[in-house]
Design a protein around this ligand. Sequence first.
Ligand SMILES: [Zn+2]
Length: 448
Amino acid sequence: MPLELIVISLMRTSKWINVLMLNSPDEDKARQQTRRIDVSANGIRWIERDFEQFTPLGKFFEINTNPEAGITVDKETNNATALKLSLVHINDAALDQQTVDVSIEDLHLLLNESMACGLHCSNCYNELVPVRRYDCIRPMPVYTMEPIKYFCPSDKKPTSLAEGELLYALNYIVISPKILGKRVIQCGQHIHCGRCLQLVGESLGEKVATQLYVDTLWVAPRGQSEVQLPEGRLEQLFGQLTASQLMLHLLQDAVPISEEKTRLFLKTVRPDGQLHYMLLLVDTSQLHLLRSKLSLIEDLNVSSSLKYTDDDTNEDSDSSSESSSDCTSDSDLDAVETSDDDEGEPKAKRQRRAETKPVHEVKVRGYRGCRINYHIFSSDEELAANHEMIEKWRREGTPMLRISYVMMMDLLRELNVNELLVATLERIAPDEKEGHISYIIYEPVEDM
Ligand SMILES: [Zn+2]
């Protein structure tokens, strides 16, 4: 069956690529046996009995086709082939040029200066901040997971908020403590709902500022305000972030622990009160991904889309591609070839010389991303069993960031989906103790 998807990953600090090629499972043994994969310096060919799919990669890098450089095929199943190829040269400029740039987008709060609302506990609807307007609503000057460092810097005077000011960031708002209602209980720095005792925020200095967690707040609009706000969770007044945007925001504040790794310690509370922790160790060297469209087979069904590329008519490049298959067929690349031993290769060659197969060019698009090793603890048993690791991260000074349950689930969903891809692509055997390995791929919003 034809190639359906090709994914290539590259850590910009390494000189090798991981390649994953997926196809539909093939019941037809004869057709399966005539399939070959040829790796040449400028690309990868997927060769079936009556057509070829060529993924040109020459503009991005030169693949090392010397069999001793080690073309590794570790995993080949009926529908997936994973290769590890070493590179002679990487064209950084071309790679960057062909890559989608996803920049961090500002958060948008749909609350404006003309709207009046009260803030209640999302759990028991107890009023925490009486109804009022805010005459100055703006994002935090720096999105930081430790707003106390902004409001109470150790080397400067504290920055106090006026009563009408409201600052916002990822999953928290900051207001003046003077407007906090009476129905809250402060316990040390922690601020709890006075009725159900839900933790709703923390003090950033007496008379300075109060941080409230967005996911614990319910907005009760005042009926007479000019623009009517919908009643509901305050979260709804923030546009939903994609997993890419969430990760970009989180990484802005992540704590590097070495030149190669950075940490994120995320916390959330499920609506029923269950605490979740997610510990992420992020590789800081840039991950690059080249990916074809998701279903290449659709293009092949349209016969007019099959075309003869220059490589087929050009004698030089054809022979170079053949010679690369010659030099690798005796070595590691043997494993890639599904043709029958000695007979397959000459037969395939004769066919290629006798008739020109249509070649479909597979275009790939570049994405940036990050490679992550992560743990998720979502039950009391898991939290207790991993207490030591959680404490170690705390002791080592990794700040804990509270995100909303929806954000954590979105992030987890993305990590879970990519984890399957990464396991095949990087040929990783799962190891619960060492954590899960996955990627977050930065995709533009229009692709989602
Ligand atoms: Zn409450």
